[in-house]
Design a protein around this ligand. Structure first.
Ligand code: OGA
Ligand code: NI
Length: 287
């Protein structure tokens, strides 16, 4: 694992190799935390509120490519345990080198029985806790994809099986930074997958680029940020939008986040759903 950032000792200036070109620096601009990125309550998403919820998730997915969910079915206890092992992970000794103000770990989560053998052995509870989290995160992801298939008018189960078979966990750790105005935790990007489910703990940092300005996504207690990836934008033939985003750092507190990425299996063809294409597809099919 790349660990240079976490091992950078306090009270030293930002190393030159972490300073971004001036035009991409966040600077000292105060980015407002956006209250307009909707928080959607998934309680009864399988019951009487379903039609409502389907409509509620479509709008922000067209406008921002982002929304947050609460009452999502992943227990607070499991999330606390998971975030604890993730934080512990980055307190362990290190090697290597990175250039964004971030340390990260990435690993596959499917098929669980095979890949768990390659996960970290320490912290000792890592495999047990993170396996439980990945099972729940997969369930939540599939529920949300099912809401999308309904909202887009696709058949039930459209995103099941192969289209959501590749599951990866990214753990990001952003230590307190000597000069947040000059560097970034992650540069502006879109996620190249189908759907991402992100738990950002309780520290600000995620920003979305929308209508030519940056807006912060408020860390809400026990909520997940859901974001549309490029592949879902393609499959929806641009009915849903993959939102550009970045991560800024701060000088006060370390920030640990976990992103659960859902994507089609390697051998899937990614193309717009036939029923959404109409006259012309915006995209060509690719593997
Ligand atoms: C990512 C990402 C956001 C965050 O891992 O792709 O955008 O807040 N993470 O860590
Ligand atoms: Ni991202």
């Amino acid at each position: 694992m790349n660990k240079l950032v976490s091992s950078w000792s306090k009270n030293k200036p930002l190393p030159e190799s972490y300073k971004f070109p001036p035009e991409t620096r966040p600077g000292n601009l105060i980015v407002p935390t956006c209250k307009t990125i909707p928080v959607i309550d998934l309680r009864n998403a399988e019951g009487r509120n379903r039609t409502d919820i389907v409509q509620q998730i479509l709008k922000p997915s067209q406008e921002y490519g982002f929304f947050q969910v609460v009452n999502h079915g992943i227990s607070e206890n499991l999330m606390n345990e998971s975030m604890d092992v993730f934080k512990e992970l980055f307190e362990m000794p290190d090697e290597d080198k990175v250039h964004q103000w971030r340390d990260n770990l990435r690993h596959p989560c499917h098929p669980l029985q095979d890949c768990i053998k390659h996960w970290p052995q320490k912290p000792i509870r890592y495999r047990e806790v993170v396996a439980a989290f990945s099972i729940e995160a997969k369930k939540l992801g599939l529920r949300i994809l099912e809401l999308f298939s309904e909202g887009l008018g696709l058949e039930s189960g459209y995103f099941g099986d192969k289209l959501s078979e590749s599951l990866h966990l990214f753990v990001n750790h952003y230590p307190p930074c000597p000069d947040p105005s000059l560097t970034l935790g992650i540069t502006k990007h879109c996620d190249s997958i189908l759907l991402a489910i992100l738990h950002q703990g309780d520290v600000n940092g995620l920003q979305i680029f929308n209508s030519e300005e940056w807006i912060g996504v408020e860390p809400l207690h026990n909520a997940f940020v859901v974001n549309i990836g490029n592949q879902l934008q393609i499959i929806s033939n641009d009915k849903l939008k993959s939102g550009e985003h970045r991560v800024v750092t701060n000088s006060r507190a370390a920030r640990t986040t976990v992103a659960f990425f859902i994507a089609p299996s390697e051998d899937s063809v990614i193309e717009s759903a036939i029923s959404l294409v109409g006259e012309a597809s915006v995209y060509r099919a690719f593997e």
